[in-house]
Design a protein around this ligand. Structure first.
Ligand code: PMP
Length: 360
């Protein structure tokens, strides 16, 4: 066979689980609880469900290639120009477009140990060098990350909150970092879990764009907005950067249903509020379980909790599966003793808690 591009053979494919019904059949279970992919447990927004029905007959048409209405809505929400928004097929797509726009094989890309897997993935796909900076207390060590920047560095990825650790950087910490980063480096601030952060603690990341032209903020509809299956995410940046990203992205990278759903869910304030509340309660439930059973966990600001279950984490994962509870092993993130549990509805969290007690 033909040789793949440099770096491709070294890539580890993204580890996704089996389809749920398949797994259920395999394990001979009547019911499975999935707490593995940081999805929204509320189910689809009813407003979105209705709107999507109305969209079906238009599916013979191509989507609006410019995502006019969604971009207008996002521009209004963020108080920026529509020309500062780039839409993606999930924020993963945005991250890849960013890397392909700015990073070449001779460059370096800096990210943190235990950070989101897509950062090394998009870096290696280009053949560039990924620089993984050792974490501090499981989170980003921004001083060490700043020190890792050199003249070959083209991009830095920061996930805030981070997946899979749930760690969070304060506004002051990120601002101090941005002040240190030289202008030839693009800083991608990935805020996929932004909505779960209490309002008082959220960084004014989009406002920062005025002071830091090399900053790009990315967000997603997959988590608090409950549209993971539709794949919609976006970047907010300077108009200049957005213009460049727009040249690289595929013309119809966001499909008609996703555009519509994202527009509608942005107005469903009640749904977002419930998602945040259910998450806060579920987090409390899992934290209390950990405390009562003596499990260490990484305090989380996202919609998941990463729990130190011990050196037999892989075995515990398997045994949970047989109890009908799917969680996420994070050994691939250099966390071999932890399991990541997404926050579900109260009864789903309880199913995890009961399963943990059953397998002891
Ligand atoms: N960034 C982070 C930190 C994530 O955890 C995820 C989802 N796992 C994403 C980006 C990508 O999400 P999506 O492509 O669904 O928008």
């Amino acid at each position: 066979t033909a040789a793949a591009n440099p770096g491709v053979r070294k890539l580890q494919p993204y580890q996704a689980g089996k389809p749920m019904d398949e797994l259920q059949r395999e394990l001979g279970l009547s019911h499975v609880v999935k707490l593995a992919s940081n999805e929204n447990p509320l189910g689809l927004s009813e407003k979105v469900r209705t709107a999507l029905q109305g969209e079906l007959s238009d599916l013979i048409r191509y989507p609006d290639a410019n995502g006019f209405y969604l971009k207008s809505k996002l521009a209004e929400l963020h108080q920026v120009g529509s020309d500062q928004i780039t839409l993606g097929n999930g924020s993963n797509d945005v991250l890849e477009i960013l890397a392909r726009t700015f990073v070449s094989a001779e460059h370096e890309v800096v990210f943190s140990q235990h950070a989101f897997v897509v950062y090394p993935l998009v870096t290696q796909a280009i053949g560039a060098k990924g620089v993984s900076v050792p974490a501090k207390d499981y989170g980003h060590d921004l001083d060490a990350m700043a020190a890792a920047i050199n003249e070959r560095t083209k991009m830095v990825f920061i996930a805030n909150p981070n997946n899979p650790t749930g760690t969070f950087l304060s506004t002051a910490e990120i601002k101090a970092f941005l002040d240190k980063v030289p202008e030839h480096v693009i800083v991608v601030l990935d805020e996929a879990y932004y909505e779960y952060v209490p309002e008082a603690d959220r960084a004014p990341s989009v406002e920062w764009l005025q002071h830091y032209p090399n900053l790009v903020v990315s967000r997603t509809f997959s988590k608090a907005y409950g549209l993971a299956g539709l794949r919609a995410g976006y970047a907010v940046s300077s108009a200049d950067i957005a213009n460049l990203l727009n040249r690289i992205r595929q013309p119809f990278n966001v499909n008609s249903l996703s555009l519509k759903a994202a527009e509608v869910v942005l107005d469903d304030h009640d749904y977002l509020q419930r998602a945040i509340e259910v998450n806060a309660q579920g987090m409390q439930q899992l934290v209390e379980f950990c405390r009562s059973e003596g499990f260490n966990f990484i305090p989380s600001h996202g919609n998941f909790l990463t729990i130190e279950v011990g050196a037999n984490a892989a075995d515990i994962y398997q045994r949970l599966l047989h109890e009908g509870v799917i969680v996420r092993p994070v050994a691939g993130y250099e966390l071999p003793n932890h399991l990541r549990v997404s926050i579900g509805l109260p009864e789903e969290n309880q199913a995890f808690i009961d399963a943990m007690r059953n397998i002891r």
